[in-house]
Design a binder for this molecule. Structure first.
Ligand code: URA
Ligand code: SF4
Length: 220
């Protein structure tokens, strides 16, 4: 007997991802993605940004309130902290390709016109959105991916990912079917929320320095 799958099991961006073209074509197509329900309440798709030939790709969780309004990743408070930490680690933020595991803002709102409160995307939404991240990875072919927090980690490395166990290490893993060097670290929003914000920030910069060191090594 055929088992009827619940509709939520079929969430995927796959049919919306063009089979060819560069980042511009991808970005245009992603603007029309209806692969999961998150597009309904969000303002717009927030696609990745940065040079197509970037050696470094950074993967966050999902756009926040500011990103949703402006249509660009990491332009709010977490992005400001990220840029400062990158610069301190010796990485030019303008040279990195920055994106998110999930491309629409997920939030709750007590009432219309009330503040929109960030809600963490689930594995299902991250999986649905995965084809966009895979397509970005295939075009940019970064030398290194910095994984910012648990959602990005689970999207790239599987649901058993625990940031506390692997941060600062340099695993080389298959992600989206290609061998990839990664540096997992915390999410910049976690630094902003930490009780010991200064200590959390220093740990974050230390992980980014690991990334900077790897980038300065010549490719084998
Ligand atoms: N947090 C993220 O993970 N990504 C953004 O783009 C902004 C905040
Ligand atoms: Fe498509 Fe991703 Fe937006 Fe869902 S979150 S609609 S899969 S772009």
């Amino acid at each position: 007997m055929a088992v009827t799958k619940a509709p939520e099991d079929r969430y995927t961006a796959e049919p919306f991802v063009p089979g060819h073209g560069g980042l511009t074509a991808l970005r245009e197509a992603a603007a029309r993605c209806r692969g999961c329900p998150l597009h309904r309440d969000a303002t717009q798709t927030v696609f990745g940004a940065g040079p197509a030939d970037a050696e470094l790709m950074l993967v966050g969780e999902q756009p926040g309130d500011q990103e949703d309004r402006q249509g660009e990743p990491f332009v709010g408070p977490a992005g400001k902290l990220l840029d400062r930490a990158l610069a301190e680690a010796g990485i030019d933020p303008g040279e990195a390709y920055v994106t998110n595991a999930v491309k629409h803002f997920k939030f709750t709102q007590a009432e219309p016109r009330k503040r929109r409160i960030h809600k963490a995307p689930g594995l299902r939404e991250a999986a649905a959105c995965g084809p966009w991240l895979a397509a970005e990875q295939a075009i940019v072919e970064p030398k290194l991916i910095v994984v910012l927090g648990a959602t990005a980690g689970k999207a790239l490395l599987g649901s058993s990912f625990r940031v506390g166990q692997v941060r600062g290490t340099v695993p080389e893993e298959e992600t989206h079917g290609r061998p990839q060097r990664l540096v997992p670290t915390v999410h910049p929003s976690a630094v902003l929320r930490a009780d010991d914000r200064e200590g959390a920030y220093r740990g974050f910069v230390r992980d980014l320095r690991t990334a900077a060191r790897l980038l300065s090594q010549r490719s084998p």
